[in-house]
Design a protein around this ligand. Sequence first.
Ligand SMILES: [Zn+2]
Length: 413
Amino acid sequence: MQSSGGVDLRDKLLESLNVELVKGGWIPQKCEVCSCLFYGTKKYKVCASEKCGEPTIEFDGEPNHFISIEELNKKIELFFNKSGYSIEKPLHMLHSKNKDLKVKNLEDSLFTMAGVQILDDFLFHEMSLENKKLKKIFIAQPSVRLLSISKVGSLPGFYTSFINVCSEHINPTLDEYLKDLFLWIKLIDELFGLQEIRLKVREKIVKWNDRKSPTVQIFFYYKGMELGDAGFHYEFPQKTRDSMVVSDIGFGLERLCICINKNKRHFDLLGPYLQSFMGDYTIIDRTRTLVLLIGSNILPSDTPHGTKVRSMIKDLFAADKGTFKWLELVPYFYAFWSGFTQLELSPLKIRDTLRSEIYRQNNRKLATDLKLNISNEELIRPTYEFVELYIHGKYGKVESLNKLDAAIKNMFL
Ligand SMILES: [Zn+2]
């Protein structure tokens, strides 16, 4: 079912948005490259998109004065709490555990990847809004997204896991949506000023599970970095009732934090400092994400979720080349995530799961190269033990140690 007022509402939004932004000192501008509409507190040539020639953001700040991700979250949470938003607990990381939804795009929906998923019951299961009165809410949602995994380590702001801080509001009036939006603008102004902020307006049909929702999105950029966006779904389709309006405004907490701190090395913020200094970015990123996923009891396995966990463990071993540097990061990231959500497995269990999977992957590679037929139990032995037993003939006659040496070398490739 559709309500008739969707397009009217969109027109009114764009008009009121322009009025309110201009009133607030924002200058409407047209990008010289892509011709899109954007707003800035000063004049620019381009809209802030890298595609339009905006240089990649560079930071030059020292690391000795900074606000941590946890501190920033507390600050933002307090800000929204004071503004009348209820603070909601985050969802479990296994998205399908939360909701029984038809997954259209598996890659996108394997893990919980945004705070807005808290609205699934209302948006997709069409739960009555009266049964559970949903007020405007704030949520800091640990999220995993793997689509830009290749950029992790080189471009600031790209991590396989992050905290999505968002405000969600079902069926707001136009004024209420604008209030949500201007609250975020006020917050960013308080946090690090609006001098380098550009707001880019884009319209899009958002494909979301089995629905298509026409949306006005206002993207926030700090220099060339996208910080988040304010989505106004003016006609979110419903099957059993009139379409809904949704205000979904979400930011990457880590991105906000690196723009406030401007540290030369953005990984200093994810920490620990020592590993960041050593340039162990892949080790930091993968351990951080794996602690979140395995801690949420999403284990390496042959399931679609488990395969992704396995593949991240493979990355971790390749980056760490068997030095097991990640071991000491497990309690660090366990403490970090525990500030946001309750993990189900202990740090020791997470460590053992990671280690067994590394052994399994390595031993399997060795067994394949040496053409051994090995049971699953043998495969999860520590790799040094596996090699010792092989040398002593447990897995059959040892033909040549040269072959073993080559297989071990291959393990580290
Ligand atoms: Zn542009």
